[in-house]
Ligand binder design. Structure first.
Ligand code: SF4
Length: 476
């Protein structure tokens, strides 16, 4: 007889001790996939890293020094794990890509080399020529018009109270799908980059502009990638912004936790610098947070959890922005797992972007309908504040629009029309990838006159829809 039974008399149950009638059957713990993180020396599967011990693999300087930057280095690392034809495919893809290649040993170790063509991480970082598709005819290099909205080089002021500060042009990895392929990374065979070097002279002009615009309250420090800033640069930028009375919020944007989480474990100087800015901000009643960029659940391992646990212990809030990509995360179950796994690491899933119109990566874009379907499947698997909003970053500088908020979406021609009345007048158009459309519509996209007709018809319909909706509102 247990103590409570003795206390309350034989056969009597303690208050609150009655059996609970579970309305749902218990889940099988093995189905809680988001808690099952890859652990152990998984990198030793790669021939070049067979003798690499944990301390070396966790050293962020070793990761940076051993990153793969060209096809020859890739071959030297993976050796006989891939057939020769795959390697030739990479070589040709490399020459046609608008982005340079940089893949950390960590990322390389997470790719399934028995099926690299279909691996979701390979697809994001290593181009192969055989899978490339022609660009959409309406694509331009800086499709979001970041440069057109930049009063100072590298400072985009689009929304009334927020600015995007591109402090440098390098990253710990280079993503094929990068919207900023016009500036980020070194020149490639197909793109000469706009220079956004980390110079204090350029930053000073940006600081001056920000301090002269009283309406600015929120600064995204990005690039490139904040991970590439030296610790003293994090301190300088953070403090300069915190000292401006108008600034209330700062976000340090970095893909680092997704591609090189060990820096958060072994680069104490950088993490201490960020923590000091966050703590100083807190004392000034200003929010300083980390924004990161995970796209697939395979990017989150036990190393990631350890790194993000450390960040969380320091009281730093982390939010995530994903990019929806074909063959990467365009399935409901994949996106559900990503969202749950981010939550497991105390990262708030904030946005999922419908893939921007970016040069050389048509094979990665999805239709807008895919985003709508996935959002429907994801909403409800966890709490609302851990559920990402699916957005289209409207080409032409309309800013982020909720994917559902189109004025018109012609699923046949693949044209969706958005309006952004609080950002800019006019309509903003997003285009589904041509190869996903019916063959007769694909033919139409080959002719400029037909393209214009389809675009004009979509805008005309958007206008009619706006009028009809205004009428319906006035009746209510
Ligand atoms: S880390 Fe960000 S800025 Fe750098 S290449 Fe990737 S998407 Fe572009």
């Amino acid at each position: 007889m247990d103590q409570l039974t003795k206390l309350h008399g034989l056969g009597q149950r303690a208050p609150g001790d009655e059996p609970i009638q579970h309305l749902k059957p218990q889940v099988d713990p093995s189905t809680l996939l988001h808690r099952q993180l890859l652990d152990g020396p998984f990198w030793q599967r790669i021939p070049a890293y067979r003798a690499v011990d944990e301390a070396t693999f966790l050293d962020h300087t070793w990761q940076a020094k051993n990153s793969i930057t060209n096809p020859a280095k890739l071959l030297a690392a993976v050796q006989d794990l891939v057939p020769r034809e795959f390697y030739e495919d990479v070589e040709q893809g490399f020459h046609r890509a608008p982005m340079s290649i940089r893949v950390s040993p960590y990322l390389l170790s997470l790719i399934d080399w028995s099926d690299p063509v279909n691996d979701p991480l390979r697809r994001q970082f290593i181009p192969i020529a055989s899978r490339l598709l022609p660009d959409h005819p309406k694509l331009t290099l800086d499709s979001l018009h970041e440069q057109a909205d930049a009063p100072v080089a590298g400072l985009t002021h689009r929304y009334p109270d927020k600015a995007l500060f591109l402090v440098l042009d390098t990253c710990p990895v280079y993503c094929r799908f990068c919207t900023r392929s016009y500036a980020v990374g070194v020149d490639t065979d197909s793109v000469d980059k706009v220079s956004l070097k980390a110079t204090e002279e350029r930053w000073e002009r940006a600081f001056r502009y920000i301090s002269e615009r009283d309406e600015l309250e929120d600064i995204v420090v990005s690039g490139g990638d904040s991970y590439q800033l030296k610790a003293r640069q994090v301190t300088l930028i953070g403090n300069r912004l915190l000292e401006m009375p108008n600034i209330r919020r700062i976000r340090f944007a970095t893909k680092g936790p997704a591609v090189m989480p060990m820096k958060l474990i072994t680069d104490h100087e950088w993490v201490d610098a960020l923590t000091a800015v966050v703590e100083r901000g807190r004392k000034l009643h200003k929010e300083v947070v980390l924004h990161t960029h995970f796209n697939h659940p395979n990017e989150i391992t036990a190393i990631t959890k350890r790194a993000l646990d450390g960040v969380f212990e320091r009281g730093i809030i982390t939010r995530n922005q994903s990019v929806l990509q074909r063959g990467v995360n365009d399935r409901v179950d994949t996106m559900q797992l990503l969202v749950k796994r981010l939550g497991h690491c105390q990262v708030h899933p904030y946005y999922v972007y419908v893939h921007d119109l970016v040069k050389g990566v048509e094979d990665l874009r999805t239709t807008l309908q895919t985003a709508l379907d996935i959002e429907k499947g994801v909403r409800g698997v966890t709490a609302g504040f851990h559920t990402p909003t699916f957005v289209v970053d409207a080409p032409g500088g309309g800013g982020k629009r909720v994917a559902h908020s189109f004025e018109h979406y012609d699923r046949e021609t693949g044209i969706s029309v958005f309006a952004a009345p609080s950002v800019k007048p006019g309509f903003f158009l997003y285009f589904d990838p041509v190869d996903t459309l019916a063959p007769e519509i694909q033919d139409k996209w080959k002719h400029p006159a037909e393209q214009d007709r389809m675009v004009e018809a979509a805008i005309a319909q958007a206008r009619l829809n706006q009028v009809a909706s205004a009428k319906a509102s006035s009746v209510r």
